[in-house]
Design a protein around this ligand. Sequence first.
Ligand code: FES
Ligand code: FES
Length: 151
Amino acid sequence: MISLTVNGKKYQVDAAPDSKLLWVLREQLGLTGTKFGCGEGMCGACTVLVDGKARRSCVTPVSAVKGKKVVTIEGLPESHPLKLAWIAEQVPQCGYCQPGQIMQAAALLNEHPKPTESEIDSAMSGCLCRCGTYQRVKIAINRAAGKGKKP
Ligand code: FES
Ligand code: FES
């Protein structure tokens, strides 16, 4: 058994230490907001926070997050500035990549509450969107950071 803290709740999961966090979240904890894209750490669809930093859960063994705080898209309150900004700017198209985009943006704002344009570009460059929502993602991050439009 492995003890995990996800979205502020403690869980005991029966998983091999090298099981990937993504599948433990989705299949054992039913937290299906975190998406499977490439499975190789390249697209960002599976991004979650681990102790406030962005991690690709598809390549993170569950044993690596023992004793750490994991937050998934379900763990951000509906009133979170990023969620409000995403709605206000109508960011998603198909929506598939968006949980990962939001969690990557949350990690960025943890580190840089008022990010510059280049900090946004560099933080978000690994989150791919086949629908091409990049421009609106960026506008929404600025909005959530209180730059430009209000959240
Ligand atoms: S599914 Fe994890 S980075 Fe693509
Ligand atoms: S909104 Fe469709 S993949 Fe990003």
